[in-house]
Ligand binder design. Structure first.
Ligand code: KG4
Ligand code: ZN
Length: 353
């Protein structure tokens, strides 16, 4: 039995968890900063690192306590090394280094995106997955389409060229006057709306596996708002700062139509990649994988099994870091106490090498 303590602080959640053999969660504690950032309509990096500093000690202590374990019982400490906000990542890494130093436990740096993929291993029945599988990671900071050949073996097929899927949800949510974060609130609003009310563009509908959501975001902005500045010409670039919602606009219709366009392009490219590479299943992870329309459409159109994590493991948590860390630990990875954060760390082939 291998016990991993996971620590995550890459964005706006301070989290710690204890996981057995990369699969069974003994504890998973998440201190969310959503309320703190809601007033800014997005994550404010300096506020985030300060909040991590305050939360990290109680969060780690609670995770160990709920697991009925002490730091001396764990086999390794897995911590998010990147990608993410440098100042936020540093808080988790420095804390993990301190713990490793006093306890003598090995330290394992984990890629946050890989963590999202491994959130699936925390829920899957115990039989092994047959590789290759297709992994679609859709979060507030990332949209990545990967072919996973084996544990730690990734081939990047494509990703977003501009906004991440979750970022598009958050920005459109802000335009529609919905609370932060936009994703869950747009989904809720869309339940009462007509997805065909607006015909929004599907960006990069081409043979690549890349995505583009900024055109969709601008199209929504243009369709649902009028310029508060009367002198602005009809074809001038629109800016979130200088618009008001059209009077009589049905926000639910706009939400449903936007969600439909975004889901359509994600599903279209994922299903095509799955067929081209002959994968056994599709794994969706990251905050946007909580979206029920995305889940339903992927299941309906993919033509093969689709897996996604339970809602509490879609958004950032440390159980997924412990799960990914377990496979790295078993593959022999050990990091020195002087290792640094990697804010732009891509997920590439041969992560254990
Ligand atoms: O994975 P995550 O916690 O953060 C990053 O690693 O970036 O994802 C947060 C993102 C936010 O953009 C949020 O709006 C989105 O996930 N999200 C959703 C839903 N729940 C969260 N997007 C669409 N539908 C949802 N139900
Ligand atoms: Zn994330």
């Amino acid at each position: 039995m291998t016990l991993i303590l996971g620590i995550e602080s890459s964005c706006d959640e301070t989290a710690a968890a204890v996981v057995v053999d990369g699969r069974r969660i003994l504890s998973s504690v998440v201190a969310s900063q959503v309320d703190l950032h809601a007033q800014y309509g997005g994550v404010y990096p300096e506020v985030a690192s300060r909040a991590h500093v305050e939360a990290i000690t109680p969060v780690v202590n609670q995770a160990l306590k709920e697991a009925g374990a002490s730091i001396h019982d764990v086999d390794a400490i897995a911590v998010t090394r990147g990608p993410g906000l440098a100042g936020s990542l540093l808080v988790g890494i420095n804390y993990a280094k301190g713990l490793a130093l006093v306890s003598g436990k090995p330290l394992v740096g984990v890629n946050h995106l890989e963590g999202h993929v491994y959130s699936l291993w925390l829920t899957q029945p115990l039989q092994e997955t047959t590789f290759p599988v297709l992994a679609l990671i859709v979060s507030g900071g990332h949209t990545e389409l990967l072919l996973m050949h084996d544990h730690g073996q990734y081939e990047r097929l494509g990703g977003t060229l501009d906004d991440a899927a979750g970022e598009a949800f958050d920005k459109v949510g802000r335009v529609l006057g919905l609370p932060f974060p936009g994703g869950p609130n747009i989904q809720k609003s869309a339940e009462k709306g007509n997805p065909d009310a607006f015909q929004f563009p599907r960006g990069k509908r081409d043979s690549s596996y890349d995505f583009s959501f900024s055109g969709l975001k601008t199209a929504v902005l243009r369709a649902v708002t009028v310029s508060a500045n009367k002198s602005t010409k009809a074809d001038a670039p629109v800016s979130e700062k200088n618009v008001v919602l059209r009077s009589g606009l049905n926000v639910s219709d706009a939400s449903a139509s936007f969600q439909e366009a975004l889901v359509d392009i994600l599903v279209e490219k994922s299903a095509r990649a799955a067929a081209e590479y002959g994968v056994t299943e599709i794994l969706i992870s990251g905050g946007v994988s909580a979206n029920s329309r995305l889940r339903d459409e992927m299941k309906r159109r993919a033509g093969l099994p689709v897996r996604y994590p339970p809602i509490n493991l879609c958004t950032d948590n440390a159980a997924m870091i412990a799960a990914a860390g377990y496979y790295r630990f078993m593959a022999g990875q050990r990091d020195d106490l002087d290792f640094d954060v990697l804010p732009n760390w891509p997920l590439t082939r041969g992560m254990y090498g």
